[in-house]
Design a protein around this ligand. Sequence first.
Ligand code: PLP
Length: 385
Amino acid sequence: MALSLSRRSDRITQAEIRVMTIECEKVGGINLAQGVCDTQAPLPVRRGAQAAIDAGVNSYTRFDGLAELRRAIAAKLRDYNGINADPETEITVSAGSTGAFYCACLALLDPGDEVILFEPYYGYHLNTIEAVGAAGAYVRTHPPDWTFDPHELQRAITPRTKGIMVNTPANPSGKVFTREEMEIIGEAARRHDLFIFTDEIYEYFVYDGRQHISPASLPGLADRTITISGFSKSYSITGWRVGYSAAEQRWAEVIGQMNDLVYVCAPAPLQAGVARGVGGLDRSYYERLLAEYGGKRERICRALEAAGLPPSVPQGAYYVLADVSRLPGTTGKDRAMFLLRETGVAGVPGEAFYHDGAGDSLIRFCFAKADAELDEACRRLARLP
Ligand SMILES: Cc1ncc(COP(=O)(O)O)c(C=O)c1O
């Protein structure tokens, strides 16, 4: 047998985000391609982690996380999401929400299974599904509100379908799924006996008074829903790698075993820091966060509009898709490279979020940036011919 890569590795494409980041670095540009928030982590979270390190919290935690963090997450799930999860048996703290989703896929998907994704989708979701040998199926969402046709959802379901992936608020569209939409998805999941995987990492970034709806909080969906979230975004700690999944015990047990196998546990002292945040930060923290990002959203949307790149104003999360069809080129990549050359501002070509080359008139910009950098990006956009 010759040396070769696994067949699985063929399927995993290098994220376009990374490609644009490299291009951006080459020209010393402003990177609005990547979702890296450079704001400070909340004080109790930092102090909590520092104290844990000083106190010698250096060992493995239980495979599903520190008890104090699981308990804090259970209380937060109850109060913010309307979900009842037993911290002893139904919550798995993992290496970020990325790790939590990977473990859920390992536990629940077989090669050949299909999972429905709403397009435009977050590339890691598809790559993770494919990494375990399963495949994506697609339901298109349409601007301005990124709505979907329920018939299209029905048509996407085949005998191989094992789950529906929801991301609310969504990356890259910013869509916040409404209760009615969740009910349509829930009804399809019940009728065809499907899992709902829901990535709610942006759950605190919901603008204009909209409400974040967790599918597991809807009647009759808790037993088939795997709720995934984490703290990278709301505490600006993307590098700490702390997230979690919540699911009924029969699923959580195996998700936890997979977490043990792949990661053993999430970083112990960082879990302790996060527990201080989840347990201690009150509503005003999340309100301030929302106000701050709402301001950034306005700034970037205004600049895009003025530059003749009409934004689809996001309902949530911290990305904006802009219509860049006036820029020269035939693909989103051409247009993103043109924009980078002309202004030094990097975004992600729209094709990265579609399975079939659609999205060629879109670029995604991330506005989770310090104000000075975001303002500089806006000034540069204004120079676009
Ligand atoms: C939709 C979505 N899920 C998950 C993540 C990653 O989260 P974590 O750092 O918790 O793995 C991102 C980061 O960009 C994201 O956009």
